[in-house]
Design a binder for this molecule. Structure first.
Ligand SMILES: Cc1ncc(COP(=O)(O)O)c(C=O)c1O
Length: 372
C-alpha cells in the first residue's frame, strides 16, 4: 500500500540502497536442489569456530536477563594485553561495520568529505553516505591496489576521514610497508585515518605487510573483527584501537549495550584459542595456493591475495553475472562485487578442501558455456 502522507526522508538517505542479501543455504537447496552446497560468498571462516566458544556462550546465557557490560571490560583487557596497548585505547562494538558507523557518526557531518578508493569495502560507502558526507573514490591502480599518491592528492581542507582496508576487500591486495608509511606521513594530523584490518590475522605473516599498530599516530584508528579468522560473524563483534581521546568521543555514539553478552563471551573464548586460529589460517593458505594453480591451468585472471578470498577477473559484467548464477545452480555460492565497484569481478572465499573441490568441479562444468 502506498502511503498518502509519509515521513520525509532526507535526500542523502534516499540516495542509498538497502543491502541486498544473497541467497541463504536453505533457499539454494530449495531452488536448485544441488548435490552439495558450498557457501564461498561472505569471507566467513569455513572451518567454523573454536570449540571453547560453545561452553563460554552457555555460561553467558545463565545471566542473559542482565544487560551486557557496556564497555566489555574483560575482552578489552585481553585485547589490550595482546596488542601491548592500554584498555582505554580499545573500543569493542557489534562488528567492525558498527565501528565504521560509530566513526562516521562521531566525526562526520553533512559538509564532510572522505577519501577512499573506488574498489573497497562497501560498508564504508554506506555509513559515510548515511551521514550525508561526500566520498571521493580514487580509482585503484591497474593492479587493484590503493593509489596512495592519488589518495593524498585528493585530500583537501574539507577532508575529515581517509579509509583504507589493508588487506583490501574485495581485491585481497595490500599496501606494503613503504606505501603504508607514505600514506601515514601524508595524511594531515587533523584527518582521521581509518586502517581497517578485518583480515589482519591472514596477512600478518606476510613479510612486507605493515601492521598498522607499528605505524600508529594520534589520528589513526585500527579496526579489527572477530567475524573472519575467529569465525564469529554471526555474533557481530569487533574492536578498534586508537588514541584514548578518540575512543572517549566514540563512546558517545556507540549504542550503549552493544555487543551482546554472549558475543563478548564468545569473542573472549575465541581470542584465547591460538591453535584454532592457526588451523584456519593454514586452511586458507593451502586453499589459496591450490586455487592459484587451478586458475593458472585454466588461464583465469585473478589477483593474488593476502586475505581469505581471491578475486577472479572476468571479461565483462555479463560474464560475471552468468558465471555466478551458473555456479549457484551447482550449489557454489559466490559473491559478485559490483557494489564494491568491480562489476566484472567475482570473489571466492577460500573454503575447506571439499568445498574447493566442489568449486573446481563446478567451474569445469560451467566454463565452456560461460567463460570461453
Ligand atoms: C574490510 C572489511 N571491513 C569490515 C567488515 C565488516 O566486518 P564485521 O563482520 O566485523 O562487521 C568486512 C566484512 O566483510 C570487511 O571485509
Amino acid at each position: 500500500m502506498t502511503l498518502q502522507k509519509k515521513p520525509s526522508v532526507p535526500s542523502h538517505i534516499q540516495k542509498l540502497t538497502p543491502y541486498v542479501a544473497g541467497k541463504t543455504i536453505a533457499e539454494v537447496k530449495e531452488t536448485y536442489k544441488p548435490k552439495q552446497i558450498s557457501k564461498l560468498a561472505s569471507n566467513e571462516n569455513r572451518l567454523g569456530f573454536s570449540p571453547a566458544v560453545s561452553e563460554a556462550v552457555k555460561d553467558a546465557l545463565k545471566e542473559i536477563q542482565d544487560y551486557p557490560d557496556p564497555i566489555a571490560r574483560k575482552l578489552k583487557q585481553a585485547i589490550a594485553e595482546k596488542n601491548a596497548v592500554t584498555p582505554n585505547e580499545v573500543l569493542v562494538a557489534a562488528g567492525s561495520e558498527s565501528i565504521i558507523s560509530i566513526l562516521c557518526r562521531t566525526f562526520l557531518e553533512k559538509e564532510s568529505e572522505c577519501v577512499t578508493a573506488d574498489a573497497t569495502f562497501v560498508g564504508f560507502f554506506v555509513q559515510a553516505g548515511v551521514m550525508g558526507a561526500t566520498i571521493k573514490k580514487v580509482p585503484v591502480t591497474d593492479r587493484y591496489k590503493f593509489d596512495v599518491d592519488g589518495m593524498l592528492a585528493a585530500i583537501d581542507e574539507n577532508t575529515k576521514m581517509v579509509y583504507i582496508a589493508n588487506p583490501n576487500n574485495p581485491t585481497g591486495t595490500y599496501l606494503d610497508k613503504e606505501e603504508f608509511q607514505k600514506l601515514v606521513d601524508g595524511v594531515p594530523d587533523d584527518v582521521l585515518l581509518m586502517a581497517d584490518e578485518a583480515y589482519f590475522e591472514f596477512a600478518k605473516g606476510v613479510d612486507d605487510y605493515p601492521q598498522a599498530l607499528d605505524y600508529r599516530t594520534d589520528n589513526m584508528v585500527i579496526l579489527r573483527t572477530f567475524s573472519k579468522a575467529y569465525g564469529l560473524a554471526g555474533f557481530r563483534i569487533g574492536y578498534c584501537i586508537a588514541n584514548e581521546e578518540l575512543i572517549t568521543q566514540m563512546m558517545k555514539t556507540k549504542l550503549t549495550f552493544e555487543p551482546t553478552a554472549t558475543a563478548q563471551a564468545a569473542a573472549l573464548a575465541a581470542y584465547g584459542d591460538d591453535e584454532f586460529l592457526q588451523k584456519g589460517i593454514d586452511v586458507v593458505e593451502g586453499g589459496k595456493k591450490d586455487l592459484y594453480r587451478f586458475f593458472d591451468e585454466q588461464k583465469v585472471e585473478y589477483m593474488p591475495s593476502i586475505s581469505n578470498s581471491v578475486m577472479m577477473i572476468l571479461e565483462n559484467e555479463q560474464k560475471a553475472v552468468d558465471f555466478t548464477q551458473a555456479m549457484l545452480e551447482e550449489g557454489v555460492i559466490l559473491r559478485r562485487i559490483n557494489a564494491f565497484g568491480l562489476p566484472n569481478c567475482v570473489r571466492i572465499t577460500i573454503g575447506l578442501d571439499n568445498e574447493m573441490q566442489h568449486f573446481k568441479e563446478s567451474f569445469l562444468k560451467v566454463k565452456e558455456e560461460i567463460l570461453v
